[in-house]
Design a protein around this ligand. Structure first.
Ligand SMILES: [Zn+2]
Length: 97
């Protein structure tokens, strides 16, 4: 199984030079574009598209973390250490919004 850290390292190896040249602003615009494409795939009940767009959203999220020098695995496991960070329960007992 690939960890978040291994996936982030892979994205770094594949794209960091291009991502860092592109910069934060353009990289986050690409992430937003991919989230929009995921939304459209879900609206159209496009099963294959949904799967591919999830992959693109994750890849761009990780690219953005690389450009900002954020360790996603460390950040994620620090915040989500087993219980919901807001209500401290598992499963979450926060009121639905
Ligand atoms: Zn909660």
């Amino acid at each position: 199984m690939t960890s978040i850290k291994e996936f982030q390292n892979l994205m770094h190896r594949l794209y960091f030079l291009r991502d860092s040249k592109r910069g934060v602003k353009t990289t986050i615009e690409w992430l937003k574009e991919e989230v929009d494409e995921l939304y459209e795939a879900i609206r159209n009940d496009d099963k294959r598209g949904i799967s591919e767009e999830f992959a693109d959203v994750l890849a761009w999220l990780v690219s953005l973390a690389n450009v900002l020098d954020v360790d996603l695995q460390e950040a994620t496991l620090k915040k989500y250490a087993g219980n919901c960070p807001k209500c401290n329960s598992a499963p979450c007992k926060c009121p639905l919004k």
